[in-house]
Design a protein around this ligand. Structure first.
Ligand code: FAS
Ligand code: PHB
Length: 396
């Protein structure tokens, strides 16, 4: 089989890229190693930036998002017994974010791809990408137990952190920058109505906590836990008690989360990672295949979307003009945005999490930084601009 653009990975980046190319009349094939049910229920991100929402709408994938997504104009920071709201539109000239889970974005894009798009093969695992430096790169994959080959004009690795495409960039030209964090997140989904209207990010001596949501009746909550934590060590009541402790504010001593049935519980590690360059020959990396951020800044999914928006524009430009100018600039264009998001995610993570080994001095520095954000509109604006997402295009 041959296609113009071979896409490895049917997560948000691969699916959005396929949609953008389809709408532009460029053919592609998406190879996804897992089955449809798995990718549609895999709990991941929850926040969409304005630019991501705009592109999903333009791509014809925004109908359910507009019906069911929750528009949020801010977040609340809690620290040192205090609470402070960051007002996004006031600080950014009108930008806001949407709460619409990655699972729902994936469902919407899969439905469109199956209805209108090119081939989307589930349980099709790519195990090699060959000829990256030739005019005809090849993907070798297994589908329905049969070894197959897909020849392409271009191969895009949208196969996440554990995918195979990164390996197509020779080690001699590939540099990976990374940092692991001395803590993880214990995340739960609960059939419990959020008692908060916007997300709450809490710094506490006992560790970080985040209150998010999936709908007016479903809460999504996270607790900082030590690396290697076994979810079985955290029975539901212990989670609820710890969350209430970490979200405590002096002015409202009675504040409590509404409790409910915990329907999902998982521990996820925290890491930062960037692979440069995001291109080798006719093979490109996008999304988690190229970079990972700790989820504290809600950047992961949005960075993946930004990569494929830049890539789709470049492939369309090539088709329309014959010029590879935008394609040749892809890696540098994306990396400026990636590093900005890496820094913001690092800032949010190291400011809000209390490392077990950190000194009292370091904790005071964190509280001073949070007090600065709460007292200076300039410091608050820097957080709000990064959280709501910098406009697509060159990062100024
Ligand atoms: P993905 O990893 O989503 O998709 C890659 C796809 O490629 C997968 O479907 C995989 O099955 C497939 N694949 C892999 N190898 C393959 C192969 N050899 N052949 C074919 N297919 C292959 N971001 C946030 O903003 N907020 C969060 O709270 C958050 N929580 C997260 C929790 C977890 C456990 C993880 C792992 C990530 C989380 N993220 C979060 C980040 C996450 O949302 C990613 O940024 C987002 O999924 C990136 O999308 P993709 O680049 O498409 O990669
Ligand atoms: C989520 O809703 O899953 C979520 C929201 C904000 C984050 C991380 C995760 O920073």
């Amino acid at each position: 089989m041959h296609t113009t653009v071979g896409i490895i990975g049917g997560g948000p980046s691969g699916l959005l890229l396929a949609r953008l190319l389809h709408n532009a009349g460029i053919d592609s094939v998406v190879l996804e190693s897992r089955d449809r049910a798995y990718v549609e229920q895999r709990q991941r991100a929850g926040i969409l930036e304005q630019a991501t929402v705009d592109v999903l709408r333009e791509a014809g994938a925004g109908a359910r998002l507009d019906r069911e997504g929750l528009v949020h104009d801010g977040i609340e920071l809690r620290f040192d017994g205090r609470a402070h709201r960051i007002d996004f539109p006031a600080l950014t000239g009108g930008r806001r974010v949407w709460v619409y889970a990655q699972t729902e974005v994936v469902k919407d894009l899969i439905a469109l791809q199956l209805d209108e798009g090119g081939p989307l093969l589930f349980e099709a695992e790519a195990h090699a990408v060959e000829g990256a430096d030739t005019e005809r790169p090849v993907i070798r994959y297994t589908h329905e137990g049969v070894e197959k080959t897909l020849t392409c004009d271009y191969v895009i690795g949208c196969d996440g952190f554990h995918g195979v495409t990164r390996g197509a960039v020779p080690e001699s030209v590939r540099t990976t920058y990374e940092r692991t964090y001395p803590y993880s997140w214990l995340g739960i989904l609960a059939d419990a109505a959020p008692v908060y209207d916007e997300l709450i990010y809490a710094h506490s001596e006992r560790g970080f906590a985040l209150a998010s949501m999936r709908s007016p009746s479903v809460s999504r909550l996270y607790l900082q836990v030590p690396n290697g934590t076994d979810p079985a060590d955290w029975p539901d009541e212990r989670i609820w008690d710890e969350l209430d402790t970490r979200f405590a504010v002096t002015a409202d001593a009675g504040w409590r989360l509404k409790r409910g049935t915990v329907t999902a519980k998982a521990v996820l590690p925290m890491r930062s990672s960037v692979t440069e360059p995001m291109r080798y020959g006719r093979v490109f990396l996008a999304g988690d295949a190229a970079h990972i951020v700790p989820p504290t800044g809600a950047k992961g999914l949005n960075l993946a979307a930004a990569d494929v928006i830049v890539l789709a524009r470049a492939l369309i430009h090539l088709r329309d003009t014959g010029s590879t100018e935008l394609l040749d600039a892809y890696s540098d264009t994306c990396l400026r945005r990636v590093w900005r998001a890496e820094h913001f995610s690092y800032f949010m993570t190291t400011t809000l999490h209390v490392d077990e080994g950190q000194s009292a001095f370091e904790t005071r520095l964190q509280l001073s930084q949070l007090d600065r954000v709460a007292s200076s509109p300039h410091a608050a604006a820097e957080l709000a601009e990064n959280y709501t997402g910098l406009p697509l295009g060159p990062v100024d």
